[in-house]
Design a binder for this molecule. Structure first.
Ligand SMILES: N[C@@H](CCC[C@H](N)C(=O)O)C(=O)O
Length: 275
């Protein structure tokens, strides 16, 4: 039996497991089973809280998509991780440093129960995304169904493509999302965001996530969309992002600077699952 906490960040839901107090070693099949909404608990991502790797960190946390694959970055997951370690009394700190497979993150509890995460510096070079294109560009284009799909691409510690649309509601998320997620130019697949610019301080966003399909919110996707919008001269440096599950605040001062993401994290219930 494994003890877990069910959590969410704006409806992007997680099974969070304390792998410090429990001896946990999950296969991809076991993660997939736990994430299954019919046969398991159900979640978009599973998070494992572990002891830190480096001396200056408080914890390490690992992220697995619902399909069982391990990934390096998860914005909503980072906030839920912070809420989890506080609620479980694993720390009393207001600022938590955590090792991830994408490097170190700094998380801070702020007013109103929100959490701000320093999500690190976005990377634009094709080989860092990774994107199999020769030269870096603000927009890339691929042929799709007799037309052209144009997108921005960058890494927030995980790969993102951002497509600007007139209206997120009618965006071709169900068709273009899975097509671009698995397109061979993205050798590690990609998260696909559909961004509607409302004004210079506000966008709406839906994300077709790698390994999880559409989620109600994607924190790293929100960061990627704002960075892409700023790079195109469409957005200011502080932007509220309206996702199907609610709003995130994203701040980016430009190239070479880290992205800050603020939003909520909620515990829903605790349980045990037999694997
Ligand atoms: N929902 C997450 C992102 C989770 C990982 C992503 N699907 C990937 O494969 O990179 C977020 O809030 O950032």
């Amino acid at each position: 039996m494994i003890n877990f906490t069910k959590m969410h960040g704006l409806g992007n839901d997680f099974v969070v497991i304390d792998a410090i107090g429990q001896d946990i070693n999950l296969t991809a099949e076991q993660v997939h089973f736990i994430a299954d909404r019919h046969f398991g608990v159900g979640c978009d991502q599973l998070l494992l809280v572990e002891r830190p790797v480096r001396e200056n960190a408080d914890f390490k946390y690992r992220i697995f998509n619902a399909d069982g694959g391990e990934v390096a970055q998860c914005g909503n997951g980072a906030r839920c991780f912070a809420r989890f370690v506080r609620e479980k009394k694993l720390t009393a700190k207001d600022e938590v440093t955590v090792d991830t497979n994408a490097g170190q993150l700094l998380l801070r509890f702020i007013d109103g129960g929100l959490i701000t995460v320093n999500m690190g510096v976005p990377k634009h070079a094709p080989e860092q995304i990774p994107l199999l294109m020769k030269d870096e560009a603000v927009q890339y284009s691929l042929e799709y169904d007799g037309g052209i799909v144009s997108f921005s691409a960058l890494s927030m510690g995980n790969p993102h493509a951002v497509i600007q649309v007139e209206d997120v509601v009618s965006a071709p998320l169900e068709t273009v999302g899975p097509w671009l997620e698995k397109h061979p130019v993205f050798s590690e697949r990609v998260n696909v965001g559909f961004m509607q610019v409302v004004n210079r301080q506000r966008i709406k966003l839906r994300v077709y996530e790698r390994g999880a399909a559409e989620t109600l919110a994607c924190g790293s996707g929100a960061c990627a969309a704002v960075v892409a919008g700023i790079e195109q001269g469409l957005l200011d440096s502080n932007v509220s992002v309206g996702l199907p599950g609610g709003d995130l605040l994203i701040e980016w001062a430009g190239r070479g600077q880290p992205v800050f993401m603020s939003g909520p994290a909620v515990s829903v219930y605790e349980g045990q699952i037999r694997i």
